[in-house]
Write a protein that binds this ligand. Structure first.
Ligand code: PSV
Ligand code: MN
Length: 407
């Protein structure tokens, strides 16, 4: 193994990926929902599945939770403790807390940006409750994603909305600093959907403005699906790293919009380029790969692929592309760049991207007592079929509708 491979091996130890509880449950499109018998329908089932992905990959010790979907009583911190206990039972811990200020009827015109003061207050009350839940759960971060926006020009005052949002993010940050020390406030952006004329946090610039206004523990959350076609995501990542404001990622892939496909299924080179910018930042700072605090999280939801398989695929793909980025010969890259050798510089990236990193990943997995091929192992165990039977039966016993015949 050369020195780049050795650095990659060490970096893999630090490369952890958080799983989304909601990624194990049935989802659909606005046209319908095709059920999977093995999909998780209770919080415990989601945590069980997350535990299994962690057992197979050794890289996913935490699970992001959505407050309204994973806690019994969002106004009672004891319910966060109960979910945290369930997580421990399945060998994982609770990660990022996701308040939900988009589901209730009073958010029809928005949450923090709504023209209705009652809706703005409800959003703040829920966010303050979420802070208490996050602290009780032992989590280290909270992610704010808003469905706020308008559907038609003239519908509302864009600046009034943003100013209300700025005040809300400052208040949220201050409350976190007092009541939940050391926790990070992640602010996610999205240029479209469910609002289709304007979104109140459309891009990294708006997120960044909100973070600057909120305070030092506010960071930008980059969901890879939340960009308009052609957007250079790795450049956003490079600039945010430069400003100390890159909080983390919601990993997924897409062909058109926020398609929530498995990472790298459409454009693995784009994901590699993101990791390349992160590694380059660390190299320039004289730091080892994987030592920058970045919350790598998955945010994918599959209608048709078995959830567990999709999740294992994404984790393994992230590891593979991360390792490839660690292999870039950065001393040679610097030389090529300073000579203006464009072809040489690009070829160094391509060489790393084209490298077969299976031996590195296998060596790392073996050293941790893990299976060399987590997806093959999941399939070999027949887990999806087994869970499908068990869960269909459990649903029938609970009197729930979903049929096992969709497996
Ligand atoms: C919104 O599209 C999003 O990306 C946010 O992160 C939400 O928390 C998540 O999906 C689940 O709805
Ligand atoms: Mn997201």
């Amino acid at each position: 193994m050369n020195k780049h491979a050795t650095a990659a091996l060490r970096a893999l130890d630090r490369f952890q990926i958080e799983l989304p509880s909601w990624g194990f449950a049935d989802t659909g499109t606005r046209f319908g929902k095709f059920f999977q018998a093995a999909a998780a329908s209770t919080t415990e089932e989601k945590l069980h599945d997350a535990g299994l992905v962690h057992e197979l990959t050794g890289s996913c010790p935490t699970v992001a939770v959505h407050v309204l979907w994973d806690f019994d009583d969002p106004s009672d911190p004891a319910s966060a403790k109960a979910t945290a206990k369930l997580a421990r039972k399945h060998g994982v811990k609770l990660g990022c807390i996701n308040p939900n200020v988009f589901q209730d009827q009073h958010y029809k015109l928005g949450s923090f940006c709504s023209p209705d003061a009652k809706a703005r207050r409800a959003a703040m009350d829920h966010t303050l409750d979420s802070i208490a839940l996050g602290k009780a759960a032992g989590s280290k971060s909270m992610a704010v994603w808003l469905a706020d926006g308008t559907n038609y020009p003239g519908q509302d005052n864009i600046r009034r909305r943003f100013n209300d949002l700025k005040a809300a993010m400052r208040k949220t940050h201050d409350k976190m600093a007092k009541a939940w020390k050391g926790a990070t406030l992640l602010i996610e952006y999205k240029p479209f959907e469910p609002a289709f004329y304007h979104t109140d946090i459309p891009d990294w610039g708006a997120s960044h403005l909100l973070c600057q206004h909120a305070g030092k523990n506010a960071k930008v959350l980059v969901d890879t699906g939340h960009h308009l076609p052609g957007c250079n995501i790795e450049q956003i990542v490079a600039l945010l790293l430069n400003e100390g404001r890159l909080g983390g990622f919601h990993f997924n892939d897409r062909k058109y919009a926020d398609d929530d496909l498995t990472l790298g299924s459409i454009d693995p080179y784009a994901v590699f380029r993101i990791f390349h910018e992160i590694c380059q930042f660390e190299f320039d700072a004289g730091k080892d790969y994987g030592t920058t605090k970045i919350d790598y999280m998955i945010d994918q939801s599959h209608n048709l692929k078995p959830k567990l398989e999709a999740m294992v695929q994404t984790v393994c793909e992230a590891q593979k592309l991360f390792v490839k980025a660690c292999l870039v010969d950065r001393a040679a890259l610097l030389k090529a760049q300073s000579k203006g050798d464009i072809t040489g510089a690009e070829s160094l990236l391509k060489a790393a991207f084209d490298a077969d990193v299976t031996p590195i990943l296998t060596k790392w997995r073996k050293s941790k007592g893990l299976t060399a091929d987590p997806l093959a192992e999941l399939r070999r165990r027949g887990v999806v079929a087994k869970l499908g039977k068990e869960r269909a039966k459990a649903r029938r016993q609970r009197g729930e509708a979903q049929s096992a015949s969709y497996a």
